[in-house]
Design a protein around this ligand. Sequence first.
Ligand SMILES: [Ca+2]
Length: 172
Amino acid sequence: MKQALLLMLFLSSAIYCSDFNLSIRGSIFIVPDVTANWFQAGEYCNSLGMRLAVIDNADENTQAIHSILDAGKFAESTTEIWIGGSNLGQGTDYYWQPTGAKFEETFWGIGEPNNLGGVESCAQLRHTPTQDWHWNDKQCTLARNFVCESTFVSRVVSYALNVLYGDETPFN
Ligand SMILES: [Ca+2]
């Protein structure tokens, strides 16, 4: 019985992920068709059972960029898409909001984060005519598209809860 449940978990995750053409154990990144400020963006991702993107390495950075392109959110002029990092309102150190971890591998643009005007505390993926994809700090209250991420663990937990409780979540 236990093995059957594990097999179901595995297969369902494989089916889910194959839609996105990504490996089963990795993260899945999507860009919803909605704009929001950085705080609302995190809430929106959470409402999908996801989180605002935590980008751990170059591979995930590339995946996040592809999710922006796939969603048709690239603009020739300037593209700005929220990811899950902030400086907690002060300083130059950046942290991932969903995990609390300090930024490690980073992909900041030239001269970024620059806290322009003293109002930039949230991280975004940006593309401009003069600079290929990079990270930039920006004013958190601006409405922008954003990248949500689901991890392998979150997908398994979500699936298991659905098996056990159906639509009746035990955490309301
Ligand atoms: Ca900036």
